[in-house]
Ligand binder design. Structure first.
Ligand code: PGA
Length: 256
């Protein structure tokens, strides 16, 4: 079965790279498929969308790395709303990445606003959770992850109260100690957390289609082992997604 691959470029890349890499991705059928999602930097999403719209046989999808906590339009200097992203042809939005939770101090209230805004604009949230090194070594990681999942309960409440249909939600397990370090959890650890996420979702969001991802130092070398794990629906790739040929290898493994 074909699995999902999300590229998270973070604050990297320039116009030349976007054009070159998109050309490369579009030429490779294993990359140019519905289950490949590119989270390019926001300033380049319009350019990418125009390029994809003027090319034939495009299957891959675009994601935004963020959306504003504010909705619609208004006096919020520097913000980009879910409404605007939707109009730009964006299908997915990453919310809750540890870099934003930590470096940008995004707490529950902010994350809930972002999730509801994205849901209202009929885009699909890619919600990230992950424990830090301390929680992993103390063994309290399940508690941390569950509390991060509980943020989604407010989203559930909101969509039920407002009659919004959330078709799909992606949940990525991204242990902080694995991001950008080259260290990944054991496959048993990955499977354990994946089951925890699936059980939580089954209990609280039984009507939403949930796909689970693993993220943190996914590479061309380890992608197959991770994607072969039972019940994992895909991977979220940071560093390795910036090397087009490595990213193609990961997509290739995910297509089989
Ligand atoms: P990494 O980043 O693949 O470079 O570890 C993953 C992420 O932060 O999404």
């Amino acid at each position: 079965v074909s699995k999902i691959v999300v590229a998270n470029w973070k604050m990297n890349g320039d116009i030349n790279k976007i054009v070159q890499d998109l050309d490369y991705f579009l030429k490779h059928p294993q990359v140019n498929r519905e289950n490949t999602i590119l989270a390019l930097p926001l300033p380049f999403l319009g350019l990418a969308n125009t390029k994809l719209n003027t090319t034939q046989d495009v299957h891959l999808k675009l994601a935004s790395q963020d959306a504003s906590r504010f909705n619609g339009f208004g006096a919020y200097t520097g913000e980009t709303s879910a409404t605007m992203l939707k109009e730009m042809g964006i299908s997915y939005v990453i919310i809750g990445h540890s870099e934003r939770r930590n470096a940008l101090a995004e707490g529950d209230d902010v994350l809930i606003s972002k999730l509801t805004n994205v849901a209202m604009s009929e885009m699909i949230p890619i919600y990230c959770i992950g424990e830090d090194k301390e929680a992993r070594s103390l063994g309290s990681y399940k508690k941390v992850l569950t509390s991060q999942l509980e943020t989604l309960l407010k989203l559930v409440e909101f969509i039920e109260d407002n009659n919004i249909r959330l078709r799909r939600l992606l949940v990525a397990y991204e242990p902080i100690w694995s991001i950008g370090t080259g260290v990944i959890p054991t496959l048993e650890n990955i499977i354990e957390v994946n089951l925890l996420i699936k059980a939580f979702m089954q209990k609280y969001l039984p009507r939403v289609k949930i796909d689970t991802l693993y993220g943190g130092s996914v590479s061309a070398a380890n992608a197959k082992d991770i994607l072969d794990c039972a019940d994992i629906d895909g991977v979220l790739v940071g560093g390795a997604s910036l090397i087009a040929s490595d990213f193609a290898v990961i997509c290739d493994v995910a297509s089989i």
